[in-house]
Every structure is written in structure tokens, then in C-alpha cells.
Design a protein around this ligand. Structure first.
Ligand code: FES
Length: 317
């Protein structure tokens, strides 16, 4: 169920040159968010007066009048992590790239300030399908890794062998905490001492390959090269029921979809379109997909954001 929630900022951390992680106390969202869903955030601090829903409308109106460009439209963010137990119970984390006024304003918020959230939104991944897999390959481009952590957590709980490939421009652009790793993937062909890993995914038990377009460490190239090698290496039944999950730039997802199709492996793409409302009303996020009746339009915010990559008309963008 979609709820509107006032969430307190718990921590804001710069991870690399352009990426920030923000942890928020949002108990209703933390309980309800499923892998692949997203949340709309109003990118300015809520005035202190809005402690109850009775005062909410007035505060939201005042906020929009004061910061129109940041707040007229809420911004969609993938739910990167959500905690339902432990010391962080009731908290969620979003991981985002600073690309404009809204995200810059959000990144400058301080612990103790509050923001307005609406979510969880979208349909997320098909978890029944995920449960039936024996191998999952997650392919992320840049901040496209954000929605894949909750999925990786779920897959590891279900004992699905999970490989994550993350592409970034350089070491300074990896949107994750990284650590040195002597472990290297057999098909990476890099020296072990030149390898780095994404800590939080490795700690889950995922195999991780960091792919950099420029830089001395990690694999040099693009993620689809490693994907191709992995799928080629496991061809012929060794991989069992496999699926590729991808999120990132449109061109990368198009290439991932093509490689998966060539290897006869299912592929699910989590699309990140520009959005207006996030709830199916404005049609700003529609894309073209194939259906039995021909080409139709689908709204990413409510009919996605996860689509069968084989149905998406990739040549559109
Ligand atoms: Fe308005 Fe999808 S963002 S319909």
C-alpha cells in the first residue's frame, strides 16, 4: 500500500565524486518496500510544523512556494536498502547521483531534518520467479546498482548463486563502498592484486566484478564483455535456471538484453525513466513494448519499473 510519510534524515554520506547515500527513518516504507520498488521524495526539508497530517498540506504548500524547482515534482529514487530488524529497524537507504537542483538539495540535507516520502511505488521484481532460479547475474551501470541490492539480499536468502557486474567510468565514479580484494573472477583475466570489490555485495556472498572504462584496478572494459564470458562459460546446462537482471543507462541495458537473448537466458530490465507523478496519472514515463496485439505503451511507474527485456522496444531512445 502506498503511504505518505515524514522521514527523518539519519545519515548522509558521499560515496564517490557524484554519488551520495542517504539513510532515513521511515518505518512504514521500510516494512513495505519490496526489491525493485521505488520511492518519491520531495527534495527539500519539511518545515518543523508538519508533525501531524492535519498540518501537512499547509506545510507542503509553503515548501513548494519557497523552493518551486526542487519541490514541484517529487523525485523518484530506487530503494537501495530497507531494514526490518536490528539496530537500523525502520530505516531505508537511497543511493543517488547528483544530477540537478533536486538531488543537490537532497544531498545537502543534515541529520535531524525531515523530508516527505511517498511509496513504495512500482511493481518491483517477480519474487516467485526469483525463487525458482539457480543462477542470477545482476548487471548495473553506475547508479543503476541502487535497486539491485535488495534483490541480491533476497536471492542470497533463497540460495541463488548471484554474480554482480558493476560498470563505472573510473574508480572515482563507483557508486558503492569498495575494498581491495584478492579474489578475482576466473573469466576476468586481471591480476588478483589489481582487483577491487563492492563490500556490501561481497558481504552478502555475491561474486562481484567491478568493470571500469578507465583505471588501473578492476576489469577494464564494459560489463557486457564479462556477462558474455560468464554466459558462454556456463552454457550447456551448468548454470541451471538462470536470469539476468539489469539496471543502468539505456544503451547498456539494450546491449545486456541482446547478449542475454543470444545466449537464450531470460532478462529483466529495471527502467529509470523521467517521471512526473510516479502513480500513473501523467503518462510522462511511458515506453513502447511489444504485446500480442502489436506495439503498446506502458507506464514505467506503475506497470514497471521492471520489464521483460525481450518486450521492450530498445531502439526508441
Ligand atoms: Fe506519471 Fe508515470 S510518472 S504516469
Amino acid at each position: 500500500m502506498i503511504t505518505i510519510e515524514r522521514a527523518m534524515v539519519v545519515e548522509v554520506t558521499a560515496i564517490c565524486r557524484n554519488h551520495v547515500r542517504m539513510r532515513l527513518a521511515a518505518p512504514r516504507l521500510a516494512k513495505a518496500a519490496r526489491p525493485g520498488q521505488f520511492v518519491n521524495v520531495r527534495c527539500a526539508p519539511m518545515p518543523m510544523g508538519a508533525r501531524t497530517f492535519e498540518g501537512w498540506d499547509d506545510c507542503a504548500r509553503a515548501l513548494c512556494a519557497k523552493h518551486p524547482t526542487q519541490t514541484l515534482l517529487m523525485r523518484p529514487f530506487a530503494v537501495h536498502r530497507a531494514w526490518t530488524k536490528g539496530a537500523r529497524k525502520g530505516q531505508v537507504e537511497v543511493l543517488f547521483k547528483i544530477i540537478g537542483q533536486g538531488t543537490r538539495a537532497l544531498a545537502s540535507m543534515k541529520r535531524g531534518q525531515s523530508v516527505e516520502l511517498m511509496g513504495p511505488l512500482g511493481r518491483g521484481f517477480d519474487l516467485d520467479e526469483c525463487r525458482r532460479l539457480s543462477t542470477a547475474v545482476l548487471v548495473a551501470g553506475g547508479v543503476g546498482v541502487a535497486p539491485l541490492f535488495q534483490l541480491a539480499e533476497f536471492l542470497r536468502r533463497e540460495h541463488v548463486h548471484t554474480l554482480l557486474l558493476v560498470g563505472a567510468m573510473s574508480e572515482k565514479d563507483i557508486p558503492l563502498d569498495v575494498a581491495d580484494s584478492r579474489m578475482t573472477l576466473p573469466y576476468m583475466e586481471t591480476k588478483p592484486e589489481a582487483t577491487i570489490t563492492a563490500k556490501e555485495f561481497r558481504d552478502l556472498g555475491c561474486e562481484v566484478g567491478i568493470v571500469l572504462m578507465a583505471g588501473a584496478r578492476g576489469y577494464a572494459g564494459v560489463p557486457t564483455e564479462l556477462l558474455d564470458r560468464f554466459l558462454h562459460r556456463t552454457e550447456g546446462g551448468a548454470r541451471g535456471a538462470a536470469c539476468v537482471f539489469t539496471c543502468g543507462p539505456w544503451g547498456m541495458m539494450r546491449a545486456v538484453a541482446k547478449h542475454a537473448e543470444e545466449h537464450g537466458v531470460a532478462c529483466r530490465a529495471l527502467l529509470e525513466e523521467r517521471m512526473g507523478c510516479g502513480i500513473g496519472a501523467c503518462v510522462a514515463c511511458s515506453i513502447r513494448v511489444k504485446s500480442a496485439g502489436g506495439v503498446i505503451r506502458r507506464r514505467v511507474c506503475i506497470e514497471g519499473p521492471v520489464f521483460d527485456a525481450g518486450e521492450v522496444i530498445w531502439d526508441e531512445a
